[in-house]
Design a protein. Sequence first.
Lengths: 120, 106
Amino acid sequence: QLQLQESGPGLVKPSETLSLTCTVSGGSISSSSYYWGWIRQPPGKGLEWIGSIYYSGSTYYNPSLKSRVTISVDTSKNQFSLKLSSVTAADTAVYFCARYVVVIANFDYWGQGTLVTVSS
Amino acid sequence: SYELTQPPSVSVSPGQTASITCSGDKLGDKYACWYQQKPGQSPVLVIYQDDKRPSGIPERFSGSNSGNTATLTISGTQALDEADYYCQAWDSSTVVFGGGTKLTVL
């Protein structure tokens, strides 16, 4: 059974960079059928796609966040990571990682999510 | 940018049929999917590729997608179906989520 687990600091100061890692177990991140994505959900609000990455390093980003987002992949560790720069309180959210099935355009496996709070 | 519009809330009586819509320009030309999210939990895929159910999802969940509207239908709604539901599609190299619909079973 595929599992995804987010990890990283739960508290980030304003103007700093938020960094999270998603560790994939029970399957290979190098599969040709999938992208790997980050999605966030501010408290009490809806889901927002941040971006996705292929095992080769090819990426797609949400245009509204693109200038601040970097997603990378480490196939040797079966992990992919998110960096979001110049954070503000508006970036406070639960951050999910998930597997994206390319040909049918949906996320089929999700991590449990991790709350990141931006505060001084 | 592409947008998907959902009603903020839908109410249904137990045992009745609930329908949640998702509207977007020429959405019927794309694959639509639906996620169920209960408080404090991760989203769960309940419909993919417009009308397919993943393994383990009850038959009372069904989907359709035509024209500008995708619809999630829950037949014989149960109290445990009370949750937030999100539609999602892919457009111009971006993943787009609808704003979400809170389904209340009362």
